[in-house]
Ligand binder design. Structure first.
Ligand SMILES: Cc1cc2nc3c(=O)[nH]c(=O)nc-3n(C[C@H](O)[C@H](O)[C@H](O)COP(=O)(O)OP(=O)(O)OC[C@H]3O[C@@H](n4cnc5c(N)ncnc54)[C@H](O)[C@@H]3O)c2cc1C
Length: 388
């Protein structure tokens, strides 16, 4: 039976302390400035990479640290709990899993050691399209084999960190949907070098928060045939395979956000005196904060359960989805409690509350929206009829 610790090991505490030490050098002013300019946290990500944290999940034989998904989650959680934004670098941790599990030995040897050292950045993951959205199998971007190349045509939307990455993992249709048995067939995954891509237009989108997100246009973009990961036509199953890791890591971003909001809310509610006493003495102020704290604690337990199963190679779809859902809700409740107790100051940029509020909101919608997670639990865990 898989066991789950309820406290962290000394090594895990040290890991968090190491990340927190780096985060101290990147305080609120750093993230605020980047937010205003919609600029990428280049210095922070570089330092984190050099210290080995972004190669944490790369196995030792490929030059990484070979830690588990829980440790990956603890790294991201700490970044967000310190007031930063792990979204700048979380994707590499879950994207590289697809290369690790389904890439050829040659691809793994070529890319993983350089990803581990930071020589190559793999932070871009191209799935979402304007006409298919959450219904991934209806995506319309095509990759057609021509000799030793694939020719890619189509569009993607909301693809993050493309301008900051060297490599991109792309999902495209290689067999038309009317020529496959199941619509999940005929999709393929490619790992290609963005720096050499001709025929790719990247149009940055200004979003609610600082997220380096883009619309992509592929116009006869040619990539080498060896960019294909695994077997042609099986890409959807490879992407699905990586989703539990993605859910656990994104839940960790949210747990960190929740911790930050609760800590800020408690500090402010203890020191702000109105009507002759700290506002935190009012149940109307303290109850939402206490409830948010309980929700964050519960989400953390579910994240830890999902991570323990994942690291033991056990099925964890239910737990990973529940962790993502519970953590995103807990962070959002904590965000609202934090804005509320700050009164007008919650809306002032210099407090960072409004920035974190915008950042935390994302995880109710992306990488998968809460409705689809709920539909998964209803259908796959509870055995209710498929709703879509
Ligand atoms: C900042 C940001 C960064 C992103 N980065 C990336 C990235 O790097 N790579 C990438 O591939 N994608 C990325 N995305 C895309 C993201 O994953 C999608 O926005 C998300 O999956 C939802 O797709 P959609 O926006 O097309 O919404 P739609 O699929 O159009 O859905 C809209 C809403 O309808 C509801 N809905 C849809 N279907 C159902 C249903 N069956 N049952 C109940 N409700 C339903 C949901 O509430 C959903 O939020 C990013 C998005 C954002 C906002």
């Amino acid at each position: 039976m898989t066991s789950m610790r309820v406290t962290l090991t000394d090594e895990q505490r040290a890991l968090k302390a190491g990340v927190a030490e780096i985060c101290k050098r990147y305080p609120g002013e750093y993230w605020r400035q980047l937010d205003q300019e919609r600029a990428y946290p280049e210095a922070f990500v570089t330092e984190l990479t050099r210290a080995g944290y972004l190669g944490a999940l790369v196995p030792q034989e490929y030059g990484g640290v070979g830690l588990g998904i829980l440790e990956g989650g603890l790294i991201l959680e700490t970044i967000n709990a310190c007031g930063g934004n792990g979204a700048a670098c979380h994707a590499q941790m879950y994207i590289m899993g697809t290369v690790l599990r389904h890439g050829s030995e040659e691809q793994k040897r070529r890319y993983l050691p350089k990803i581990a050292t930071g020589e190559l950045r793999l932070q871009a993951f191209g799935v979402t399209e304007p006409n298919s959205g959450s219904d991934t199998t209806k995506l319309q971007t095509t990759a057609v084999r021509r000799g030793d190349r694939y020719v890619v045509n189509g569009q993607k939307i909301f693809i993050s960190r493309v301008l900051q990455s060297d490599l991109m993992l792309l999902l495209a249709r290689t067999t038309p949907v009317d020529q496959v048995k199941r619509r999940t067939d005929g999709l393929s995954v490619f790992l290609f070098d963005l720096r050499q891509a001709q025929g790719l237009e990247v149009r940055p989108l200004r979003m609610m928060m600082n997220h380096s997100t883009n619309a992509l246009f592929f116009d006869n973009m040619e990539i080498p045939a060896e960019s294909l990961i695994g077997e042609e036509g099986r890409g959807f199953s490879y992407i699905i395979d990586g989703m539990n890791a993605e859910r656990i890591l994104v839940a960790s971003d949210s747990i960190g956000d929740g911790r930050w909001f609760v800590e800020k809310a408690v500090a402010y509610s203890n020191q702000r005196v109105i009507f002759g006493r700290p506002i935190g003495a009012n149940q109307g102020v303290q109850f939402p904060i206490a409830k948010a704290h309980m929700a964050v604690e519960a989400a953390e337990l579910m994240r830890n359960k999902a991570a323990a199963l994942f690291d033991a190679g056990q099925p964890c779809g239910a737990e990973a989805n529940m962790a993502k859902y519970l953590a995103a809700e807990a962070a959002w409740d904590a965000a609202n409690a934090c804005v509320d107790c700050h009164g007008g100051y919650g809306f002032a940029e210099e407090y960072d509350v409004e920035r974190k509020f915008r950042e935390a909101r994302l995880y109710k919608t992306a990488p998968v929206n809460q409705n689809l997670v709920t539909a998964y639990i209803a259908e796959h865990v509870l055995g209710l009829p498929r709703s879509y």
